[in-house]
Design a protein around this ligand. Structure first.
Ligand SMILES: [Zn+2]
Length: 217
């Protein structure tokens, strides 16, 4: 069971992740999924200065409090956060590695339904994502053109992947509740869809973090 997390209502959620360049304020390694961490560990306190944007690894180091491996006191996390946000605010667009598209949200997917996120990508761009769901989901990543051909019945049997009803080249993950970090590199320019399918009758709460990073020069 995934721990339920409150989100900052409305646009503030996105703004906070954007203000941190979609990058962990502690280790500052770009191109990894991020999470939001309430510094006082009160999940309903979503004051700006109580929510730090961190990667999964640093999150584990913070919340190991009271155990071996605890590395950061609450005051330290806040200092990292404020320092990083200030640097991000002062830096120009290109001075710090930043994603060209990003999404970070928690939402409910009703039973027997799906959700699609579409990303414009150039050849070589990387889509880095992680998904946590309260109940298992299927995830399919596809090129929009392929999906049209496929739904129009234009993909013949030979082109389909082995043991998979989808054409080769799709990323297809079945029945998972937690997908940690996946990287998809666009084989060509185009629009790519990330499809989350809830086959179950019951609704599922999903937290998705995804960002498109341009190919590194
Ligand atoms: Zn980190």
């Amino acid at each position: 069971m995934v721990k339920k997390r409150e989100l900052i209502p409305g646009d503030l959620t996105d703004l906070l992740v954007v203000a941190n360049r979609h990058t962990c304020c502690i280790c500052r390694r770009p191109r990894h999924p991020v999470e939001k961490y309430q510094i006082d560990e009160n999940p309903s306190n979503n004051e700006w200065n109580n929510v730090a944007v961190v990667c999964r690894n640093c999150r584990r180091l913070i919340s190991a409090k009271g155990h071996l491996g605890a590395r950061y006191a609450p005051g330290e996390v806040l200092r990292y956060k404020l320092d990083w946000e200030q640097r991000c605010a002062e830096a120009g667009e290109d001075d710090i590695d930043s994603p060209v598209e990003e999404i970070h949200e928690t939402r409910t997917i009703e039973g027997d339904s799906h959700e699609i996120y579409v990303f414009e990508m150039d050849e070589g761009d990387e889509l880095v994502f992680s998904i946590e769901a309260s109940d298992p989901l299927d995830v399919v990543l596809y090129h929009e053109e392929d999906a049209e051909a496929w739904s129009d019945g234009e993909v013949d049997e030979e082109e389909k992947g082995e043991d998979d009803p989808l054409p080769a080249g799709y990323m297809h993950l079945t029945a998972f509740a937690e997908c940690r970090e996946r990287i998809f590199t666009a084989p060509e320019d185009g629009r790519y869809g990330l499809l989350l399918v809830n086959w179950d009758d019951e609704s599922t709460e999903v937290t998705i973090d995804a960002a498109v990073w341009e190919v590194e020069e």
